[in-house]
Design a protein around this ligand. Sequence first.
Ligand code: NIG
Ligand code: FE
Length: 384
Amino acid sequence: MTSVLYDAIGELVTCDPTVGDGSPLGLLHDAAVVVEDGRIAWLGRSGDAPATDDRVDLGGRCVIPGFVDSHTHLVFAGQRSAEFAARMAGEPYTAGGIRTTVGATRAATDGELRTLLDARVAETRRQGTTTLEIKSGYGLRVEDEVRMLRLAREVAAETTFLGAHVVPEEYRHDPESYVRLVAGEMLEACAPHARWIDVFVEDGAFDADAARVILEAGRRHDLGLRVHANQLGPGPGVQLACELGAASADHCTHLTDHDVAALTDSGTVATLVPGAEFSTRSPYADGRRLLEAGATVALASDCNPGTSFTSSLPFVIALAVRECGLTPAEAVWSATAGGATALRRDDVGRIAVGARGHLTVLDAPDHVHLAYRPGVPLASVLAG
Ligand code: NIG
Ligand code: FE
């Protein structure tokens, strides 16, 4: 057993409202944390800490739970900077761009995909992320979806089968057959490598009937449900997610009052991904409205080559504060404890005895700096 004391923490964000200042962030000042064999063993005031094998002096810096990025598409080849440039020149985003990445991903070897994936995971860690969800969805053939999930599983426990990302080119004239493939043979092959199933519910992707068939089939294979919902316009995604008991409805950009009420009344987390709105020059999701209504809000990167090629939760936090109406405290909670709730995890996203020892340090005295100093690389993984 090795124990490490992380000492002289200026502000400790625990995300445990039963400690410290009693706020949702559970703030402690002049604090210390002991991590023993990968778990939090003790936390409290500096000076009261037990003896440990090693000691790290944080010099008054802020420590938060490692970010929990509950929505990423990190397994892909190629990139679409020309599509981004065209959008910034006035072109709209369409789901069809996904097929470009499908072509590049199918053409890549496992080795090439692994190298790209490893580099992206390292990039997330350099910005303070310790838990990642990773989706398939750029294979859209049985063998390619399986290999995406196998690769994702090498680096993350939270893997999501997204065969229903878009109807691939070869099924363009027969989308019903593709839905049958996804809910049948493809799901059968992918389920052993996934914890979750997701569907992109949108005009140009999948309608509510197809999504229901696919999600219910996923549930029969013991997969938890997630939905890409109400991204490009109003639609049935959020209602379907809440009705089926999905863990999360992601995007939530275009919501009716009825959608907000459904999210509030269900256990479905509203996961906002403002990096996508930034990169598609779309209106931002109204996080304030969701919080005022009592919904649980998570923040995620949605890292993908089409709509949000950022792996930075600090950037997402800054956007959520500036554009979605969250306070800095709410945004930090949503990118840590909120992401954990969206993944139905209670061992990450907070600093409490027994939780995983996933600590992120900020080169700053408090959590507000994540939004106050946008674009400055303040966050990095300290442990975990
Ligand atoms: O979450 N909305 C669907 N999927 C991605 C976009 C993927 C792409 O354009 O390649 C998203 O924004
Ligand atoms: Fe996405």
